[in-house]
Design a protein around this ligand. Structure first.
Ligand SMILES: *Cc1c(COP(=O)(O)O)cnc(C)c1O
Length: 228
């Protein structure tokens, strides 16, 4: 028989992650408040999100539009200051729902999606903050624009679609040294005048902070393991 699982103390985990972010920032001589913790609540029910909100946390990430649409309207109604990030791939047919629901979309990665976002932003009179996802590891199965195409795509989003691109996001290959990817992302952002960098997850967010992450996306270290 399996040993009973210890209940996850979400408030304590949050505090521990925030302390580690602050420590990493100090090592890098960065302001401790220059990195926003995006608590990734995907697959976790409302009951697990509430303790984080009650502990004062406000910034959350979800990877699926449908799941977020089921969980978040009620949570946002009771806590209107919550800020929701989309961190998973966005299909163009879900763009309207995504623009209505999310405050930040981190996964802009192709012209067709840029066009759809621009159309919905105009129709709805609401435009989320946008991050361009870069496939820094050039993995065929992964979303994101290739590094070599990033400058042109960012310029196209700005000029042709008048989209307010604020930053870049990456998900390094699991087997790689993440710092190389964090450096590449930082370089692409710098030469395009972008101030935000979403990089770093449970396994490597402290490294990401040292390499200049303005947003880290942390799920497991806060909410515990996800059901497969
Ligand atoms: C799930 C997910 C995370 C969080 O991963 P953890 O390892 O649980 O911290 C971060 N970013 C993206 C894009 C994700 O899909």
């Amino acid at each position: 028989m399996n040993a009973p699982q210890k209940p996850v103390d979400i408030a304590a985990n949050l505090a521990a992650v925030k302390a580690k972010i602050a420590a990493a920032a100090e090592i890098a001589e960065r302001d401790a408040h220059s990195t926003t913790l995006v608590a990734v609540s995907k697959t976790h029910p409302r009951e697990n999100i509430l303790p984080a909100i009650q502990a004062g946390h406000r910034v959350f990430g979800e990877n699926r539009v449908q799941e977020a649409a089921e969980k978040w309207p009620a949570l946002k109604q009771s806590h209107p200051d919550c800020i929701l990030h989309l961190i998973g791939p966005l299909q163009t047919n879900k763009t309207k729902q995504a623009v209505e629901l999310f405050d930040v979309i981190e996964t802009l990665d192709r012209p067709k999606l840029a066009r759809a976002l621009a159309t919905q932003a105009e129709k709805l009179g609401r435009v989320p903050a946008l991050f361009v996802q870069v496939n820094t590891g050039e993995e065929p199965q992964k979303a994101g624009i290739l590094p070599a195409d990033a400058d042109r795509f960012i310029a196209e989003c700005r000029r042709e679609f008048q989209l307010p691109v604020e930053g870049l996001m990456c998900i390094p290959p699991v087997e790689d040294e993440p710092s190389l990817h964090f450096m590449l992302l930082r370089e692409i952002a710098a030469r395009n005048g972008l101030s935000s960098l979403s990089m770093g997850m449970s396994a490597d967010y402290e490294i990401a902070v040292r390499f200049g992450a303005t947003h880290v996306r942390v799920g497991t270290a806060i909410f515990g393991p996800r059901q497969p």
